[in-house]
Write a protein that binds this ligand. Structure first.
Ligand code: HEC
Length: 133
């Protein structure tokens, strides 16, 4: 979401800069560099989280942007935050509070790993279909 709106802001800027009488628009160097660094850090977290999730969760959950879970009682992770906040989920993982079904293993990814897993899960969230509760 954030990077999308940054991208469209950038697009608007460059479109505006194309006007024949407009002077070249100097980009706000410091701000855009900071935003780019943040974006890169978030991107790294999401990639890291994707790797952890693919390795640990695929046997039960659908972990990508589509598909059904191998275990029908495990929600696809792209719906997992519809009834649970990202904060609650990361607290649960971080504090070792059990998440999910009785036979879902307990995980300890450490603070960085937990942040990554939650960032990845957030990045794939979508509203569950109406017929799913
Ligand atoms: C052995 C199978 C299994 C594995 C492996 C597994 N899960 Fe689950 N998980 C489940 C099941 C089954 C449920 C549904 C539990 C329920 O609704 O009571 C669930 C539920 C969840 C929920 C929803 C919890 C809630 O309170 O709404 C989340 C989030 C979740 N799992 C994340 C993960 C993540 C992230 C991983 C990998 C790190 C993972 N699970 C690995 C079986 C599994």
């Amino acid at each position: 979401m954030k990077s999308l709106s940054l991208m469209s802001a950038g697009l608007l800027l460059s479109l505006a800069a194309c006007g024949p009488s407009d002077p070249p628009v100097a980009p706000p160097e410091t701000e855009s560099e900071t935003a780019a660094e943040l974006d890169t850090a978030l991107h790294d977290d999401i990639e890291n989280g994707r790797a952890i999730v693919v390795e640990n969760c695929t046997s039960c959950h659908a972990v990508g942007p589509d598909g059904e879970s191998p275990r029908t009682d495990a929600p696809p992770l792209r719906y997992a935050l519809s009834g649970l906040s990202a904060e609650a989920l990361s607290d649960n993982f971080r504090e070792g509070i059990h998440v999910g079904a009785v036979d879902m293993p307990d995980f300890d990814f450490g603070p960085r790993g937990t942040a990554s897993v939650v960032a990845y899960i957030q990045s794939i969230q979508e509203a569950p279909p109406a017929e799913t509760e």
